[in-house]
Design a binder for this molecule. Structure first.
Ligand SMILES: Cc1cc2nc3c(=O)[nH]c(=O)nc-3n(C[C@H](O)[C@H](O)[C@H](O)COP(=O)(O)OP(=O)(O)OC[C@H]3O[C@@H](n4cnc5c(N)ncnc54)[C@H](O)[C@@H]3O)c2cc1C
Length: 288
C-alpha cells in the first residue's frame, strides 16, 4: 500500500514534494510511510491526470501531493474530477489527522494563515519553496503513462519562454503606475542593471497596460519573489502586490505620496518623484 503519491513537472519542486510527503510520516502510526513519486511523461495535463488516477486506484494512496505550477494546477483539477475528491490549494504546511488532511495557506494576501482541511483521499497543491528539497534520501519513482486518448484537442500552440526568472533574482527593481508612459520604464531598467538586478512590475503594467510581459508581474496573482533587495518604484503597495514581496530580505520604495501603503512594509523609503530620484541614484552609481 502507498500512503502518499507525489507529482510535479518541475524537478526541484518534485524533490520538495518528496520532503513534504515524508514530513507526514507520524501519521502512519509508527509504521514506515510509503511514498511514491510519479515522474512526468505526458505533456498533456489531462492524460497525466488519467495516469495518476490509475496509480491512486492501484496503490490506494490517501494523499496526492501535486506541485502548484501552471501544469500542476491543471493536473490537480482534472484529477479531482476523475477521482471525485477534494483539492487543498497552495498549502504551505500539511498534517494528517485521522481521516483528514489539514493544511495552512495564506489568506487575505498573506496577512493571515487559514487552516483548510479535506477528508482523505484528497489532493494538495503545494507551491514552490514551502518545503526543503529532499537530500540524502530517495523514494521510489514510476513514470506516469496511459493508453488513454486526450478528450481535448489543441488547435494550435505558441511556445512561450519566459525571458527572466524573478524567483531567483537577488535584486529586483519593480515599476508601477507611477511611471507615466512605457518609454519611461527605461529608467527602472537602467537602475535594475546598475544594481545588478532584474526588473519586475505591478500587475497593471503587465496585465492591464501591457507595457511588460506577464512574467514581470509580481504579487498574489503573479510571481512570489524573495530577493535580497526589492525596490518598488511608483507602486502604491496594495495588499495583492505586497503578498508577493513579503519574503524579500530588504524592501525599499520610491513614492511621491508619503501616505502610500508601501511605506508600511518598507525597510527604507524615499518620498520623492521617481523622475528626480532615479536619475540622482544613477548619477550616484556612476551610470547616468
Ligand atoms: C484579485 C486581484 C488580484 C490582484 N493581484 C495583483 C498582483 O498580483 N500584483 C499586483 O501588483 N497587483 C495586483 N492587483 C492589483 C492591485 O490591487 C493594485 O491595483 C495594483 O497593485 C496597483 O498597482 P500600482 O501600485 O502600480 O498602481 P497605483 O495603485 O495606481 O499606484 C501608483 C503609485 O505611484 C505613485 N506615484 C505616481 N507618480 C509618481 C512619481 N512621479 N514618482 C513617485 N511615485 C509616484 C503614487 O503615489 C501611487 O502610490 C490585484 C487586484 C485584484 C482585484
Amino acid at each position: 500500500m502507498t500512503d502518499v503519491l507525489t507529482f510535479s513537472d518541475n524537478p526541484e519542486l518534485a524533490s520538495e514534494l518528496a520532503g513534504a510527503a515524508l514530513s507526514l510520516a507520524p501519521a502512519a502510526g509508527g509504521r514506515p510511510l510509503s511514498v511514491k513519486v510519479i515522474g512526468h511523461a505526458s505533456g498533456d495535463p489531462q492524460l497525466t491526470a488519467v495516469s495518476i488516477a490509475d496509480a491512486v486506484r492501484r496503490t490506494g494512496a490517501s494523499v496526492v501531493l501535486v506541485g502548484a505550477t501552471k501544469f500542476g494546477r491543471m493536473v490537480a483539477g482534472s484529477l479531482a474530477v476523475q477521482l471525485r475528491i477534494g483539492v487543498l490549494s497552495d498549502v504551505r504546511s500539511l498534517k494528517v489527522d485521522g481521516q483528514r488532511l489539514i493544511g495552512t495557506r495564506a489568506a487575505y494576501a498573506g496577512k493571515f494563515n487559514a487552516t483548510v482541511e479535506s477528508p482523505v483521499p484528497c489532493i494538495a497543491l503545494v507551491p514552490p519553496g514551502a518545503y526543503e528539497t529532499l537530500s540524502g534520501r530517495s523514494v521510489p519513482e514510476e513514470t506516469a503513462t496511459t493508453e488513454a486518448q486526450p478528450k481535448v484537442r489543441r488547435a494550435g500552440a505558441e511556445v512561450h519562454t519566459p525571458s527572466l526568472d524573478l524567483r531567483s533574482a537577488r535584486v529586483i527593481v519593480s515599476a508601477g503606475r507611477g511611471f507615466r508612459k512605457k518609454e519611461d520604464l527605461e529608467l527602472a531598467d537602467k537602475l535594475a542593471h546598475a544594481l545588478g538586478g532584474t526588473m519586475g512590475a505591478s500587475r497593471p503594467l503587465s496585465s492591464d497596460l501591457g507595457w511588460l510581459g506577464e512574467e514581470h508581474h509580481i504579487g498574489l496573482t503573479g510571481v512570489y519573489v524573495h530577493p535580497d533587495l526589492y525596490l518598488a518604484v511608483g507602486i502604491s503597495g496594495q495588499l495583492q502586490h505586497v503578498a508577493g514581496i513579503r519574503d524579500s530580505k530588504v524592501i525599499a520604495a520610491i513614492n511621491r505620496d508619503r501616505q502610500a501603503p508601501i511605506f508600511q512594509v518598507v525597510d527604507y523609503g524615499v518620498v520623492g518623484d521617481l523622475y528626480e530620484v532615479i536619475p540622482a541614484l544613477l548619477r550616484l552609481l556612476g551610470t547616468a
